[in-house]
Design a protein around this ligand. Sequence first.
Ligand code: SF4
Length: 496
Amino acid sequence: MTDTLSRTFHIVTLGCSKNRVDSDGMAHLLRGRGMQPAAAPEARVVIVNTCGFLGAARDESVGVIQEMLDARQPGQVVIAAGCMPALGDYASDIPTGVDRVLTTREWFRIGEVVGNLLGERVEPESAGCQGMLTTFSPTEAGPSAYVKIADGCDHNCHFCTIPSIKGRQMSKRPLHVMAEIVDLVARGTQEIVLVAQDTIRYGADLGIKHGLPQLLESIAEQVPNLPWLRMLYIYPSPLTLRMVDVMAQHDALLPYLDMPIQHADRTVLRTMNRPSDIDMTLRLIDHARTKLTDPVLRTTLIVGYPGETDAQFQTLYDFIAAQELDHVGVFTWSPEPGTKAVELDLPRVPPAIAEERRNAIMEVQQGISLKKNRALVGQTLQVLIEAVGEAEDDRGNSEPISVGRARRHAPEVDGMVFVPGERPVGELIELEIAEATPYDLWAYAPGVERRAARPNDTHAATGRAIRKRAKTRRAMTNRPERRGGRPLPVIQPAAD
Ligand code: SF4
C-alpha cells in the first residue's frame, strides 16, 4: 500500500437515515485528519456502519463485514461501527478479524480510533455521550441533506430494540442545529430533512417545551432561503397539532406528515405499548388535512404482532382503506430478542399469515396510491432533481433521463419523478406530470413536446441506466417498508 493510500478511508452505510448522518460525521472527522475517501479495495481504512434494528438488518451487516474481511488487502484496517456493536447480545456475531468495533454512541471517536490503528499520535477524544450529537459540515453538500436533531429514545415500544441500542433521547442544541442548516443551505442544499428517533419530542431532554414547533419557526424565519424543510418520524402526540399549525404558516415547511402509527386496533396498540387512543390519531390526521394545503400523509405499520387476531387485523385494514393515506410502509413483526414483545404470553401469528396480511395492506394501498398519483396527471409540480442517467429501451436506443422528487416524496422511502432529458442536478424545477404508477411519476417540462418513449417501455431500462451512471447506495434490504418491500437502490446525485 502506497503512502497516498495509507491516508484513505471507505465507509459502507447500512440502515436508516440516522446512520447516514453518523457516516457523514465520521467522514468529516477523517477528512479533518487529512484522510481522503477511496473505493473499498484501495482504502486503508474500511468502516462498516451497521444496522441492528431487525434480524435481516443484522444478517446484512454481518454479511457486509465478512465481505470486506474476505477482500481485505494487506495492511487494510476494518472497523465495525454503528448499531450492531451496541447490541450486547449480537456484538459477538460480528465476524472475527475486525480491527475495532465502535458503537453508535462512539462514532465521533473515529479519528482517535483510526489514529491508534494506524500507529499515529492522537489525543484521546474527551467528549462524553454528547459527542454523538457533534455538529459538522459534510464536505459534499448535496441537493438534500439529513440533519439529526436528537438521538436515542425515551419510549419503550415493546417490539423495538432502539432504546437498548441508543439509550435515552439526547437533543442537539437549537443553535447547533441552526448552524448546520445555515451552512448546508449556503453550500446549495435545497432540502433539509430533520430526523431523530422521535422527532416530535425534540428538546424535551433540554427542558425546552414545544421544542420542535419552536425549532421549525426559528428555521423558517432565520433561514429564509431554504426552499424545503421536512421532518420524519413524528410520534403521534398532541404536540403534533401545534407542529401542524406551524407547518401551515410557512411555505418552506413541506406539508408532509410522517407519523408511524404501527396499528389501528386499540388492544394491539396497548400490547405494543404505543398510544392506543386511535381517536386522537384520527384527530391528528384530520387536523393535518384541514390546516395544510395539499397535505401528504405517510405511516408505517406492523402486522402479525403477537396476539393479532383476524378481527384486529381487519380493523387495521379498514382503517387504511378508509383513511387513504399517501404512503404506507408495512413490516411483518420480527421477534427481536431482548424486546418485551417476545415475552408476551399471546399466540404467535404464523409467518405465512403475517405475510398474507402484509400483502393485503400493500394491495389496498397500491390502489389508493395509484388513484392519488393519477390525480396528479396534468398538474405542475416542483421537483428537486437529484440525478441524471440514461434510459435504454429494448431496441437499444438510449436517451438521457433525469430523476428527482416532488414535495410529496421523502428521500429513500417514497416514489420518484422521472423526466426525459438532462436537467440540472440540485435545482428545483417545475414539471408537468404526464404518467403515474402506484409509486413513481413521469413528467415533462411544461410546453415541451412529448417524446415517443413511454414509461412502460423505459421503466426497467431507466432503473438500470440510472443505477449504472448515478452513485447508488446498497439496496435497503433491512427496510422492508420501502415501496412495500421491493428494495430499490437510493439514487444519489450523478457522479459526473
Ligand atoms: S418511538 Fe418506539 S419504535 Fe420509535 S425508536 Fe422509540 S421505542 Fe422504538
